[in-house]
Write a protein that binds this ligand. Structure first.
Ligand code: C2E
Ligand code: MG
Ligand code: MG
Ligand code: MG
Length: 294
């Protein structure tokens, strides 16, 4: 769009500079406004979390949940995180959102602990900028302590983008998380920076196969080859592996055959409200075999 504006301005002679200035100013204003709306959303509690179950097809039980943020905008209705997270990631706003998600997830874990015999872990998505921000570890330690929640109930999902940051800094942060029992997953694995070097260097726990690869299972000949390669890689490096975006029985069957037994996706459950997740958790502990299996 900026290119178009530049082109238009050039074609239109002497007012070009003015036009371009006005155009850029309006873009700055709308970014500024958008950021202000995100700040208001934090203050006015317009965000909430949904929890999507992660299913172990071997034990036929739910083994954890992923927290996914939702924004109910007063005028625009439901705004997708795919829209506002990238905007928030351009500034430190993402740290405020991430802290909010951590606070609410850990509070939810604390409530689950009170209401169920055994609570299950919640995985929280953390952006690169937040992961390496000062005070990140301290915030997690403080929240776990305040809510009396064990670190093993919290997991952190990062994407490969985190690894553009200083390797030794990443190792330190991951070491600190490990020390308090928090496991680390690489989300959307295979879609980002392709250096496999970091897999060996960093103390990671889990690879999450991106849903774009899961989607190709059964969809085209040899569509499962990438999944197979990632699963092998995980096994060889002693990492756990989770498939995201599992939508069909066929995909579930193929993943099982390839040795990936922890699945997340619409085939099992959509992201659920906090209440629905708690209900499922309670029911699960009474009749552990109610979970759908491929
Ligand atoms: P993600 O972390 O890879 O999360 C998985 C996304 O796949 C979620 O989209 C989830 O609702 C969706 N999904 C789950 N099962 C299926 C399925 O079977 N089929 C398909 N097609 N999709 C499925 P959602 O909730 O819209 O989130 C999109 C992305 O936004 C997330 O991708 C994550 O990168 C980001 N995000 C969401 N919540 C947070 C958050 O609290 N903090 C940060 N930093 N990012 C978040
Ligand atoms: Mg995720
Ligand atoms: Mg993902
Ligand atoms: Mg994704």
């Amino acid at each position: 769009q900026a290119d178009m504006a530049m082109y238009w301005a050039k074609q239109n002679g002497r007012d070009n500079a003015k036009f371009f200035e006005a155009y850029m100013a309006s873009e700055v204003t709308s970014r500024f406004q958008y950021e202000q709306e995100i700040k208001d959303a934090l203050d006015q509690q317009q965000f909430h979390l949904l929890y999507q179950p992660q299913v172990d097809t071997l034990s036929q039980s739910i083994v954890g949940f992923e927290a996914l943020i939702r924004w109910s905008h007063p005028a625009n209705g439901m705004v997708s995180p795919a829209e506002f997270i990238p905007i928030a990631e351009e500034s430190n706003l993402i740290c405020r959102i991430g802290d909010w998600v951590l606070e609410h997830s850990i509070a939810t874990l604390s409530q689950w602990q009170k209401e169920c015999a055994n609570a299950l872990p919640i995985a929280v998505n953390i952006s690169g900028r937040h992961f390496v921000a000062e005070g990140f570890i301290k915030t997690i330690e403080t929240l776990l302590l305040r809510h009396q929640v064990d670190g093993q109930l919290l997991k952190i999902e990062i994407t490969e983008g985190v690894f553009i940051h200083d390797m030794s800094q990443c190792i330190d942060i991951m070491g600190a998380l490990k020390a308090i029992g928090v496991e680390i997953s690489v989300d959307d694995f295979g879609t980002g920076y392709s250096s496999l070097h970091y897999l060996k260097e960093l103390p990671l726990d889990i690879l999450k196969i991106d849903k774009s690869f899961v989607r190709e299972i059964g969809d085209q000949a040899e569509g499962d080859k990438i999944c197979e390669a990632i699963i092998q890689l995980a096994h060889n490096l002693d990492l756990k592996v989770i498939a995201e975006g599992v939508e069909t029985q066929e995909q579930a069957k193929v993943l099982n055959r390839l040795g990936c037994y922890i699945h997340q996706g619409y085939y099992y459950d959509r992201p659920l409200s906090e209440d629905a997740a708690l209900k499922l958790l309670k029911r699960e502990q009474h009749t552990p075999d109610e979970v759908k299996v491929p």
